[in-house]
Design a protein around this ligand. Structure first.
Ligand SMILES: C[C@H](O)[C@H](O)[C@@H](O)C(=O)CO
Ligand SMILES: [Mn+2]
Length: 419
């Protein structure tokens, strides 16, 4: 059956519940998803530093051929992936993707190191987001940055933070709209610390120093702080824990970033959205998929993902939740990782927009909870796939698994030629 025919049947099924699939496809295409630049090169970065340093509680595993080795390759790969993904996209750049002739240390970075990203974003017609990088650096190797007990190290990272906000502000000016900045620090301890208070006090002090720079326009540089439960090498104690970040964000009028992989293995984030948004203007999501101790598997269209977007739909807070991705898999074709994960996130958005929210909420108000439960269940077998296929067709991207042929051709023509 053609995409059009299947869609007409599906459209009628949804219309019976008062849901306008055409309008929801348009809305789903407009909502931006920020693609993280770091899937392209396994979080290595392009600083012209002498040695690549990993660490910082995150690790990309695998050695599938074709990793982007420089900015040109990464941007080409991301553009290729974007061409196979429907809807509005942004690109999320980390500070370690700075490109300069001579090495520029993190505390001396300026917008000039990101000119190539800004020019490319303009060409692509997309906006950029930004992240300071508090890892993969000689001054982060003992596991502490903004909460470091050594004042010299702590102030180095504070300077990096301040420099990052200026870079984000320049990006916002170049694109004529806000740049969303995510603050993630790996600080923490593998084993039981004797002092949990000191690092947290220093972390808060450092953020206060960074965010206290009033010369930065908060309408351009919009900051979010990301929490984490544990990382590799920080299993027992993470300074920027869930409580620390949400308390800090609320007390300073800042946003919180929730990464779907940064909680206890069976803990999900959808139930937290309605709490945080009582007290914060906006939250940022790192859409990811945790498996056991890894927080960054490629996003899939699973229940956790659906529940996050359903919650946004049911609270009607699409304008208060910034959607970014955070996964990195070095064991598969990286274009495939981007496309699978981002299409899954876009699917989740469409799926939620097709929810019979009004009807469900009326049932609830009337105490008809059996009806509420039954309708939720029935909607799981609505002809969603036909609407999704139409969304892809409208967006001019391959329908179904057709994009795999393009991924394979790009692998044969481009990726396989990289040493
Ligand atoms: C590279 C990212 O900033 C990083 O993945 C961070 O967002 C995170 O989630 C660390 O676990
Ligand atoms: Mn994250």
């Amino acid at each position: 059956m053609s995409v059009e025919k299947a869609y007409e049947l599906a459209k009628a099924r949804y219309a019976a519940f008062g849901i306008d699939t055409d309008a929801m496809i348009d809305k789903a295409l407009q909502l931006p998803i920020s693609l993280h630049c770091w899937q392209a090169d396994d979080v290595v970065g392009f600083e012209t530093k002498p040695d690549g340093l990993a660490g910082g509680g995150i690790m990309a595993t695998g050695n599938y051929p074709g990793r982007a080795r420089n900015g040109e390759e990464a941007r080409a790969d991301i553009a290729k992936a974007m061409s196979l993904i429907p809807g509005t996209q942004r690109c999320n750049v980390h500070a370690l993707y700075c490109e300069t002739e001579e090495y520029v240390d993190r505390d001396e970075m300026t917008p000039a190191g990101f000119t190539k990203w800004m020019d490319w974003a303009k060409e692509q017609g997309i906006k950029l987001d930004f992240n300071p990088s508090f890892f993969a650096h000689p001054k982060s190797q003992d596991g502490y940055t903004l909460s470091h007990r050594d004042e010299e190290v702590r102030s180095f990272w504070v300077r990096h933070g301040k420099a990052s906000r200026l870079i984000a502000e320049a990006m916002a000016e170049a694109q004529g709209s806000p740049c969303y900045v995510n603050w993630w620090t790996p600080d923490g301890s593998k084993d039981i610390p004797a002092d949990r208070f000191g690092p947290r006090a220093r972390m808060a002090k450092s953020y206060d120093e960074i965010m206290g720079d009033d010369s930065v326009d908060k309408a351009k540089c919009v900051d979010f702080i990301e929490s984490k439960l544990f990382g590799i090498g920080s299993e027992e104690y993470v300074v920027s824990s869930g409580e620390f970040c949400s308390d800090y964000a609320i007390s300073r009028g800042m946003g919180l970033c929730m990464d779907m992989g940064h909680f206890h293995p069976t803990e999900t984030i959808h139930g937290k959205i309605s709490s945080h948004l009582q007290f914060m203007d906006k939250i940022l999501l790192h859409v990811s998929r945790p498996i056991r101790w890894d927080s960054d598997h490629v996003t899939l269209f699973n229940d956790d993902l659906k529940n996050v977007f359903l919650e946004i739909q049911r609270g009607n807070v699409w304008d208060r939740v910034i959607i970014a991705l955070d996964f990195f898999d070095a064991s598969i074709n990286r274009i495939g990782a981007y496309v699978t994960g981002t299409r899954a996130a876009r699917k989740g958005i469409l799926y939620a927009l097709l929810d019979p929210t009004e009807q469900l909420q009326s049932y609830e108000a009337e105490g008809k909870n059996a009806q509420r439960l039954a309708l939720m269940e029935e909607f799981k077998s609505m002809p969603f796939a036909a609407v999704w296929d139409m969304l892809c067709e409208k967006a001019g991207v391959p329908v179904g698994a057709d994009w795999l042929a393009e991924m394979e051709a790009y692998e044969a023509d481009v990726l396989s030629k990289r040493a």
